[in-house]
Design a protein around this ligand. Sequence first.
Ligand code: PEP
Length: 254
Amino acid sequence: MRTIIAGNWKMHKDRRAAADLLAEVVSGLRSSPSRVEVIVAPAFPFLEMAAAMVAEEGVRVAAQNCHQEPQGAYTGEVSAAMLHSIGVDHCIVGHSERRQYYGESDDVVGRKVAALVAQGITPIYCCGESLEERDREAQFDVVATQLHAALAGQDHQVYGRLVVAYEPVWAIGTGRTATAAQAQEMHAFIRSELVTVAGEEAHDIPILYGGSCKPENAPELFACTDVNGGLIGGASLEASSFLELVRIAETVMA
Ligand code: PEP
């Protein structure tokens, strides 16, 4: 199984700051090479620059969103083909911030997944329950519904490429993280649901944990059998903490 550390930079960093952060990450990985797959997700305007900077480095570049249609009159939107044309090879979809602030439904997110795979781009599909849903113990129903609604019935190519990120909404940017037991329980559940959706191929789908993951809590989280790395927000904005997370993932893999 691959191990992945992906940094979601969200709407942070201007051009200079994005270039500096990426240069630091690249230089850290050059001096300490890793078998972990490292992905960075800067904002749209800096994706092409990022792709050029990492072309020879083995680091991958992800967008944070794309539109589900191949082209058309969708002012302000970016298609999967456009991302492909500038060297982007991964794309986060269904992040809870997009679901919450832009009303993205599982149907729309599922179409984004298909549009990306049609362009040879790996979707990082985010799912996870809110605090209110966990409090009423609905987390498994919520996540199962998200997975089935967005991923069932996709072309088999999709399952061969897909990465899933479990991100409990109550842990994103809150400093509150899932315990290793909570993460493992949900990741094992996601794996079993993915088997019902995708068949045996699901055993090769990496499932990342996201939600206030940082060097202090990562060793426990990454040690869980069904946690195959992390989708990192806040701690990806400093090269030192991001590289430390890569190092921890590498150690756990060994
Ligand atoms: C995220 O938004 O994908 C995320 C995991 O953020 P944070 O690490 O800051 O909680």
